[in-house]
Ligand binder design. Structure first.
Ligand code: UTP
Length: 295
């Protein structure tokens, strides 16, 4: 079984749901308290034991690469001003990962973005994390998937149960339970099913562990929904070619590319923050008593 060493993070999307904020700033750089969303995602990769990150970027996304780079002027300034704690934090951020970036020249879809990584990934299985999908858990979500991979040696998509009324917003998988905990063998995948098309509530989220065969398939996948090369179409083909598993991860997931999901992430992370959590909780309590709150 080949070891997994690389994680691909596509960040080349337009982020239209966050306009006008994302006109000049990548949505992955929107802040949750004091660090951008992308940093939480990269920290998950690192905590899972992976060091090599391949960013799929586009024009206007250089702030993301800069964020993980060393800034000599800032380092010198903080040193001169004796702001050692801040300086150490910046040093830690720039030392987190080795970044390789690949340009996706046109936003032709998530499937196309991943295909762009083929030369850098090569012939080995790899992880994919969407740049705006946050997962908070005791054991990092990617680590949970890597542990399962070590037992089954095939592709895995992370899933969460969603209310049936919301299945039309997700890629939905159907499958049979296996002897592995929280794991199904996938028999069918349906992208954003219309009511009545599938009775499954298992929705794909932004974490994938893929065999390199996906690149051949993506290379011949024709544009689907919205004229984009859809990852789900290629996953469906891969699941037919060899086994693919759905893993119900343990943890809480936030769609930080969506305004409500982003707000939920900020509130939850703030409530658990070591120094801000207490005063923030107090603030929420005062809001609950406020008539405008209507809780
Ligand atoms: P989304 O559809 O959520 O991102 O893609 P988007 O297109 O940036 O956002 P909206 O819908 O316009 O607000 C999920 C992930 O895939 C990346 C995005 O950057 C995001 O991390 N993506 C999407 C690409 O890298 N390239 C694409 O062509 C499309």
């Amino acid at each position: 079984m080949k070891k997994i060493r690389k994680a691909v993070i596509p960040v080349a999307g337009l982020g239209t749901r966050f306009l006008p904020a994302t006109k000049a700033i990548p949505k992955e750089m929107l802040t949750i308290i004091d660090r951008p969303t992308i940093q939480y995602i990269v920290e998950e990769v690192v905590a899972s034991g992976i060091q090599e990150v391949i960013l799929i970027t586009s024009e206007g996304k250089s702030a993301i690469e800069n964020h993980f780079d060393y800034n000599f002027e800032l380092d010198t300034l903080l040193r001169e001003k004796n702001k050692e704690q801040l300086r150490a934090e910046l040093e830690r951020t720039s030392g987190l990962i080795d970044v390789v970036s690949v340009r996706q020249k046109k936003p032709l879809g998530l499937g196309h973005a991943i295909w762009m990584a083929r030369h850098v990934v090569g012939d080995e299985p790899f992880l994919v994390l969407l740049g705006d999908d946050l997962v908070r858990s005791e054991t990092p979500c990617c680590r949970q998937m890597l542990d399962l991979y070590e037992q089954i040696g095939e592709s895995i998509v992370a899933v969460q149960r969603v209310p049936m009324a919301q299945t039309g917003s997700y890629g939905i998988v159907e499958g049979e339970a296996t002897e592995h905990e929280r794991t199904c063998k996938i028999s069918r995948m349906v992208e954003k099913p219309a009511p009545g098309v599938s009775d499954s509530d298992m929705a794909i989220i932004g974490r994938y562990l893929l065999m390199p065969d996906i690149f051949d398939i993506l290379g011949t996948t024709t544009p689907g929904h919205g004229g984009e090369i859809q990852l789900t179409d290629a996953l469906q083909a891969l699941s037919k070619r060899r086994g693919m598993y759905a893993y119900e991860f343990q943890g809480r997931r936030y769609d930080a590319g969506d305004k409500l999901g982003y707000l939920k992430a900020i509130v939850d992370i703030a409530l658990e923050h070591p120094s801000l959590g207490g005063p923030f909780r107090e603030h929420i309590r005062t809001l609950c008593g406020h008539e405008a709150c209507r809780l």
